[in-house]
Each structure stands twice: as C-alpha cells, then as structure tokens.
Write a protein that binds this ligand. Structure first.
Ligand code: SAH
Length: 225
C-alpha cells in the first residue's frame, strides 16, 4: 500500500469513512446499547487498525473478523455490551481482561476505565496488540503473556474482569481475584451453547445473571509461543 493511501486509511477516509462508522454506532444504539460513553468511545476507536489491511473495508460491520491464529476480533456489539455491563454500577479503577486478541476490546476499555491489565496466551497476537495501543497513545494498559484461567494474581484484586473467550466453567481464580463489589463478565458454555454471564462479588458470596446466548472462540489452556 502506498504512503498516501496508508495516510488516508489512518485518517479514516474511504471504506472506513466517518459515515460508515456513524452507521455502526446507529446500529449498536438500535440493538440496545444505551451508554452514551460506550457509544462515543466506539465511535472514536479506529477498528480498521485492528484487522489486516485486506479486511479493513469490513471493519465497521457489526461482525467478528479473523485476526490469524484461528482467533477473531470481537463483534462490536459484543464489545459494547460487555463494556456497558462492566460499567453499569459506576466507574471502574482496575480492570482485568482475559483474551487480548487484536487489542480492540482493550483499546475500548482503556478509554472507559482507569487501568487495564490484559492477559493473552498467543505471543504474536499480544505483540501486535501492544504496538497498536502504543500507536494510538493508549498508555494505561499493561500486558501479560500467560494463561487466563489463572487470571493475574500478583496485581489482584480487580474491580472488573472481562473474558473475551468462552470458558467451560467460570475459572475459580477469576472469582478469587474480584474485589468486593467487583464485576465479572464472561461467556460460559461449550460448543454452540454459550451464555453471557455477569457475576458480582456481593458481601456474602456471588450473584449471577444470565444475559443471553453468545458465540465466542474457546478459552484454551496454557500460553503459546
Ligand atoms: N477481544 C478480542 C477477542 C479475541 S478472541 C478482540 O477483540 O480482538 C479471544 C482471545 O482469547 C484470543 O486471542 C485467544 O488467543 C485468547 N485466549 C484463549 N484462551 C486464553 C487463555 N487461556 N488465556 C489467555 N488468552 C486466551
């Protein structure tokens, strides 16, 4: 791609025009995303920089897209919905994200909360995500290459935890790392049957809300070079 074309992409002209982006925001609103803050952050986050150039023209469709290594960038609606659920009870200071992937959800979150701690098991994806966030000057994120089933115990507790891959069960480590009042948003299930859940650490025990059927790639085991 030529320099000029590259500049145009970055400024969001052409296939990634402001109008295309506005259409996505309108659609998310119609699908029930009501947080003005979340919609505004999605409006200004250049999703086309989080996918391969060959897919950039589809970046503002409300759909998951491949990012290599058998993984996908999350669907904008899901990113919006999960962010909204995390923030529903008020502002959040420390948020742990499991499954950095392209870094798109990370970038959105980093503009909504004080600090993001993001764990990814695939090193190459993590490296690319890191570069993108630096490029966008989003500096309140730290990354860890590791196994999300274990969370990130050294920096716990967290006010919010978001998992962007589907777990067969809710990982015990993540429950343990939730601060009092902390919120965990996680898809749970196997194969085709997956439910988005919101789990809140109450004074005694946990409350659980099932929010409906979703479709995510699986939360796997162990880090991968
Ligand atoms: N929110 C990301 C979605 C990426 S898909 C985005 O918008 O781009 C889910 C990610 O979870 C993948 O990158 C996958 O490698 C990662 N993942 C799967 N199992 C994991 C585990 N046990 N620990 C950390 N990351 C994991």
């Amino acid at each position: 791609m030529g320099r000029e074309q590259d500049d145009m992409l970055r400024r969001g002209i052409g296939m990634t025009s402001q109008r295309t982006r506005e259409r996505l925001i309108q659609r998310l609103y119609e699908e029930g995303i009501s947080s003005a803050r979340v919609l505004e952050v999605i409006r200004r986050t250049p999703r086309h920089l989080f996918v391969d150039e060959a897919l950039a023209h589809r970046a503002y469709e409300d759909t998951a897209l491949p990012i290599g290594n058998n993984q996908t960038i999350s669907q904008p609606y899901m990113v919006a919905r999960m962010s909204e659920l995390l923030l529903e009870a008020g502002p959040l200071d420390k948020v742990l994200e499991i499954g950095t992937g392209s870094g798109y959800q990370t970038a959105v979150l980093s503009q909504l909360v004080e600090r993001v701690f993001s764990v990814e098991r695939i090193k190459v994806l993590q490296d690319r995500a890191k570069e993108r966030l630096v490029e966008l000057n989003l500096r309140n994120v730290v990354f860890r290459w590791g196994d999300g089933w274990e969370g990130w115990p050294a920096l716990a507790p967290y006010n919010g935890i978001i998992v962007t891959a589907v777990a067969t069960d809710v990982p015990q480590a993540l429950l343990d790392q939730l601060a009092p009042g902390g919120r965990l948003v996680i898809p749970v299930g196997a194969g085709e049957v997956q439910q988005l859940m919101l789990i809140v650490r109450e004074e005694q025990g946990f409350s659980r809300r099932v929010l409906g059927a979703v479709r995510f790639v699986p939360l796997l085991n162990g880090p991968l070079a």
